[in-house]
Design a binder for this molecule. Structure first.
Ligand code: HEM
Length: 224
């Protein structure tokens, strides 16, 4: 993050917890992602299997970037607090893609233009640790929240199992998901960010939602 001459302003301790502020400030962006035509087809069980498979493939490129940058930031006092090895999704995505596309799945997947833009932004976060937290939050807290709904829909619609096809949504290593979500929010609340950084994190989360919505829109044009 660039240094400036201004002294950082402390966040008002009587203010609402940062996790609540983050959710409230970004919930409209969540709605845009959730109610997009592609997502709607998915949640209504009407998306063809090749559309679901294409989404899993695009997830793969995003999570490779997220998990690579996350490892680069392990020592960072802010981003390092969000290094949860048990959340890592790349192995599960590889399992799902091998099931959906076959052992040679790597020959059949490539990032769409929207995914390339998203991945580039994630990679920039190697120099912006608070921004990295925004991307981490947008994906992983979503996967352990609404993602669990998608897991059930996809398993039913396509006859997929937790071992192969919807492994991406299986977080057995986390134990209770409500407890995990509460602990994650406590971490967000304990970051002790100055106002400028808190605002940056909120704005980067809005961007992360928009980049995700673009990926979905791109998929919708091809598959929905
Ligand atoms: C398929 C459509 C989706 C459904 C049905 C859905 C549903 C939900 C639900 C029910 C919650 C829990 C709300 C709560 O705890 O009060 C949630 C949280 C969340 N979702 Fe989604 N979601 C969807 C898509 C997405 C997408 C595409 C993303 C990100 C790209 C996302 C990111 C999040 C995040 C970050 C949270 C946590 C919010 C917080 O508690 O701070 N969701 N979602």
């Amino acid at each position: 993050m660039s240094a400036t001459a201004e002294a950082p302003t402390a966040v008002d301790p009587t203010a609402e917890p940062f996790s609540a502020r983050l959710k409230a400030a970004t919930w409209n962006d969540h709605a845009a992602a959730e109610h997009h035509g592609f997502t709607r087809a998915l949640t209504e069980g009407e998306l063809p299997l090749d559309g679901y498979t294409a989404m899993v493939a695009q997830h793969y490129f995003a999570y490779v970037a997220l998990e690579r940058v996350g490892r680069q930031l392990i020592e960072d006092p802010v981003a390092g607090r969000f290094h949860y090895p048990e959340l890592e999704r790349v192995p599960a995505l590889e399992t799902d893609l091998a099931h959906l596309l076959g052992a040679d799945w790597r020959d059949h997947v490539s990032p769409t233009p929207a995914t390339r833009t998203y991945v580039a932004r994630i990679e920039q976060m190697a120099d912006h640790p608070a921004g990295f937290v925004a991307h981490h939050y947008t994906r992983y807290l979503g996967d352990v929240s609404g993602g669990q709904f998608i897991r059930r829909i996809a398993a039913g619609a396509y006859g997929l199992s937790d071992d192969a096809g919807v492994a991406f949504y299986v977080f057995d290593a986390l134990g209770s998901l409500p407890k995990f979500r509460a602990g994650y929010r406590e971490r967000l609340d304990s970051l002790d960010l100055d106002e400028r950084t808190a605002d940056l994190l909120v704005r980067e989360t809005r961007l992360a939602y928009q980049l995700n919505t673009e990926v979905l829109a791109d998929l919708g044009r091809r598959h929905a």
